[in-house]
Design a protein around this ligand. Structure first.
Ligand code: HPA
Length: 235
């Protein structure tokens, strides 16, 4: 066991889906995996292992934000031999042609978190980057499913409530959307010889004041999950 994950080596698959919300992790395990087994309840941050199309897959809640996902991602790769991490979550769109229910695959994740500064020092503007093969596979799977999908740079922000952020400027520099975890996931995967990608469903258009209805969220969540699970089992 590690400090925040009460499991043994072998309890967790080499590929792990990471939603923020523990109840999402439970829902995914119970509705998309076969024979799911709950391996972690520490802090109610549920982790399950089951199979998808015969292949072992785990789903581990990450909590919200860079400090929280950093704990779970680090423990997964350092103590449980995890090789592939897939963030599944929502994102607020700011990109010009990005609409609610679209999917964003983040091939890079900018951040205003101090994480990069803390790791690499004040003069380094490191670019947290997804694994190309996972991005490529996810994009092809999404295309085959007919889901409107954007691939590009996102912002992993440190604050959800942020009066100072300049969303228009970020849009003008090509940032497609804002979430709160991917930059940490990519940085930790890089350091630990793992592969990572964030596959996010657009829950709201920040600059247009548009949000998804519960029904729309349900369908787009299903699209995101199928793209993520198919990506998880593809070599
Ligand atoms: N900001 C940060 N994270 C988010 C948002 C947002 O507007 N929407 C969904 N996740």
């Amino acid at each position: 066991m590690s400090t925040h994950i009460d499991a043994k080596m072998g309890d967790i698959a080499e590929v792990v889906l990471m939603p923020g919300d523990p109840l999402r992790a439970k829902f995914i395990a119970e509705n998309f995996l076969e024979d799911p087994v709950l391996y972690n309840t520490v802090r109610n941050c549920y982790g399950y292992t089951g199979t998808y199309k015969g292949k072992k897959v785990s789903v581990q809640a990450s909590g919200m934000g860079i400090p929280s996902i950093s704990i779970y991602a680090t423990e997964l790769v350092k103590f449980f031999g995890v090789k592939k991490l897939i963030r599944v979550g929502t994102i607020g769109a700011i990109g010009k042609n990005v609409k609610v229910r679209d999917v964003i695959i983040a091939n890079s994740a900018s951040t205003d978190s101090s994480m990069i500064y803390n790791i690499l020092g004040r003069s380094m503007y490191y670019a947290p980057t997804a694994d190309f093969k996972m991005v490529h596979n996810a994009y092809q799977i999404a295309q085959d499913m007919g889901v409107t999908t954007h691939v590009g740079n996102i912002l992993s922000a440190d604050r959800f409530y942020n009066d100072e952020i300049d969303n228009e400027k970020l849009r003008d520099y090509g940032v497609l959307g804002i979430e709160m975890e991917a930059a940490a996931l990519y940085t930790i995967a890089a350091k630990n010889n793992a592969q990572a990608v964030a596959i996010c469903t657009v829950s709201d258009e920040i600059l247009n004041n548009v949000a998804t209805s519960a029904k729309e969220r349900e369908q787009s969540f299903k699209d995101m999950m199928l793209i993520s699970l198919e990506t998880a089992i593809k070599d």
